[in-house]
Design a protein around this ligand. Structure first.
Ligand SMILES: [Ca+2]
Ligand SMILES: [Ca+2]
Length: 203
């Protein structure tokens, strides 16, 4: 019994010492969160803009470690156009429809905003739901190696790591100018015909 109690006590102490010594969040905790929203007209052949905000709630800076700190592979319904970031380096690899980001994020609430622009592939049917999620790689124990990862979260859904959705909207075809003029002229003709019938006492 004493042995068991001592083991539990020493385990608790070890976690406490680890936390105090490194200043990092406890083992197993996730120091980062990433929200991802999307805006656009959502018509085929128009651009959508994804905005990803990665926040570091840990007490230490998330460093630019070996490997990408963020990766996002867009689905085939989207054609990647460009990517940018408020800090670090965002790279858009058009051939693989993939965005990567490398950089550091200061602790206690530091953020980086990554912006992705993509075109909805022409011919995508209206009603198609396009889902997308990026992956953030992080260093929970501050040892220079990213060993953890989370998926981006859509704030409009209840879960902690929901994919970001939008629904493709069929574009309303614009009426050609000539057709509009013909319709207007036809309306005028009908109107004057009706007036003439009324004057002639035919209606
Ligand atoms: Ca890196
Ligand atoms: Ca690590």
């Amino acid at each position: 019994m004493t042995h068991v109690r001592l083991t539990i006590l020493s385990t608790v102490a070890a976690v406490f010492v680890f936390t105090s010594a490194t200043g990092a969040v406890p083992m197993g905790a996730i120091p980062v969160q990433a929200s991802k929203t999307v805006s656009g007209l959502f018509n085929p052949n128009t651009n959508v803009t994804y905005t990803i905000v990665v926040t570091n709630f840990g007490t230490t800076t998330q460093q630019d470690n070996p490997g990408n700190e963020f990766t996002d592979v867009l689905p085939p319904t989207l054609a990647l156009v460009s990517a940018s970031a408020t800090s670090g380096t965002a790279v858009a690899t058009l051939g693989t429809n993939t965005v990567t980001w490398n950089g550091s994020i200061p602790g206690t609430g530091g953020t980086v905003t990554i912006t992705i622009t993509a075109t909805i592939v022409n011919g995508t049917p209206g009603g198609t739901v396009v889902l997308n999620q990026g992956t953030v790689n992080f260093d929970a124990d501050n040892n220079g190696t990213n060993e953890g990862s989370i998926l981006t979260d859509f704030p409009g859904a209840q879960g902690a790591q929901d994919p970001t959705p939008f629904t493709v909207v069929d574009a309303v075809p614009a009426m050609p100018v000539v057709a509009t003029l013909v319709l207007a002229f036809a309306g005028l003709l009908l109107g004057s015909f009706a007036v003439r019938r009324r004057r002639a006492g035919l209606s």
